[in-house]
Design a protein around this ligand. Structure first.
Ligand SMILES: Cc1cc2nc3c(=O)[nH]c(=O)nc-3n(C[C@H](O)[C@H](O)[C@H](O)COP(=O)(O)OP(=O)(O)OC[C@H]3O[C@@H](n4cnc5c(N)ncnc54)[C@H](O)[C@@H]3O)c2cc1C
Ligand code: FES
Length: 254
C-alpha cells in the first residue's frame, strides 16, 4: 500500500449518474484485484479533512479509472477538479472479490456505487448473470462502458423505463426459478438496502456469496475503527477485513 500524489488525466461526466476520474500511477495500479479501493484526499487543503473511498473501476497499464456518483460535499468537490490538478491517493486497499469459482454460476448484483467494481470483476472473470438496478433509463451506464464484460447483463429500473420494472432483486428471483441455488454464487455491491435484500434471499435459499460493504470510511487502514462490521468473529474493520465479506461471515443486518 502506498500514498501518492497523482495528476488528474480526465474528470468528466459519463451520464446522469456517474463521473469518470482517471490518473496514472504504476505503484497504485500494481497487482490490483477487483473489489479493492483507493482512499482519496479530495483537495490539497485538508478540507474536507477525511478522505473518501472509491473502488478501482478499470486499470490499463498504469492508467487507473474510477467511476463515482455525486452524493455529498466531497464528491461534488471532486467533480470540480480538472485535468492537471493533483490528488493524494492511498491504495490499493482492502480485500478483493473471489475470482475463481469452482463449478458455480457467477451472479453479480449491482446498484449505484456498486456498479464500477462489479464491472471490473466482470471484465476479468466470466459471468453468468450480471444484474444491474437503477432508478431510470437516464442512469443506465453507456453500453461502451460494459463492452468488455464477459457475460450477459440484465437491467431493472424502478420506473420501468429500461429492462424489468422494479428492484434488481426481481431479476434475481427470476433466475431462482430456473437455476438450482446450490449452483449459484452471488457477488453484490451497492446500496446497503439492496445488499440486505440480496442477503435475505441468499439466506432464505441457502445460496453462497459475498457482499462488498459500503461503510463510510476515514483512515482506510484499520486505525480509526470507524467502519466496523458485525461478523461471526466479532466486530471487524471493513477497510482491512473487507470491504468484501462472505455471506456466512456476516451476522444480522448489514
Ligand atoms: C469500499 C468503498 C468503495 C466505494 N467505491 C465507490 C465508487 O467506486 N464510486 C462511488 O461513487 N462511490 C464509492 N463509494 C462511496 C463513496 O465513498 C461515498 O459516496 C463518498 O464517500 C461520499 O462522500 P461525500 O463527501 O460526497 O458525501 P458525504 O457528504 O460524506 O455524504 C453524502 C451522503 O452520502 C452518504 N454517504 C457517505 N459516505 C457513504 C458511503 N461510504 N456509502 C454510502 N453512503 C455514504 C451520507 O450518509 C450522506 O447521505 C465507496 C465506498 C466504499 C466504502
Ligand atoms: S476506515 Fe478507519 S478503521 Fe476502517
Amino acid at each position: 500500500m502506498i500514498d501518492q500524489v497523482v495528476a488528474i488525466l480526465e474528470n468528466r461526466k459519463v451520464n446522469e449518474k456517474y463521473f469518470k476520474l482517471a490518473f496514472r500511477s504504476r505503484e497504485l495500479a500494481r497487482g490490483v484485484l477487483p473489489g479493492q479501493f483507493v482512499n482519496i484526499q479530495i483537495q490539497p487543503s485538508l478540507d474536507p479533512f477525511l478522505r473518501r473511498p472509491f473502488s478501482y473501476y478499470r486499470i490499463t497499464g498504469d492508467k487507473i479509472e474510477i467511476l463515482y456518483e455525486i452524493l455529498g460535499r466531497g464528491t461534488a468537490l471532486l467533480a470540480s477538479r480538472v485535468k492537471g490538478d493533483t490528488l493524494k491517493v492511498m491504495g490499493p486497499l482492502g480485500k478483493p472479490f473471489t475470482a475463481a469459482l469452482k463449478c458455480k454460476k457467477r451472479v453479480l448484483v449491482a446498484g449505484g456505487v456498486g456498479v464500477p467494481p462489479l464491472i471490473f470483476l466482470a471484465e476479468k472473470n466470466p459471468v453468468d448473470y450480471f444484474l444491474i438496478g437503477t432508478k431510470s433509463k437516464k442512469e443506465v451506464m453507456p453500453k461502451k462502458e460494459l463492452a468488455k464484460v464477459k457475460g450477459r447483463v440484465f437491467y431493472s429500473t424502478n420506473d420501468g423505463s429500461y429492462g424489468k420494472k422494479g428492484y434488481v432483486t426481481a431479476l434475481l428471483e427470476e433466475i431462482l426459478k430456473k437455476e438450482k441455488p446450490e449452483n449459484l454464487y452471488i457477488q453484490t455491491c451497492g446500496p446497503e438496502i439492496m445488499m440486505q435484500a440480496v442477503l435475505d434471499i441468499a439466506r432464505r435459499c441457502d445460496i453462497e456469496g459475498e457482499a462488498s460493504l459500503d461503510k463510510p470510511m476515514a483512515c482506510g487502514v484499520g486505525a480509526c475503527l470507524g467502519c466496523m462490521v458485525k461478523t461471526d468473529q466479532g466486530w471487524l474493520p471493513s477497510c482491512t477485513h473487507g470491504p468484501v465479506f462472505k455471506f456466512e461471515k456476516l451476522v444480522g443486518q448489514i
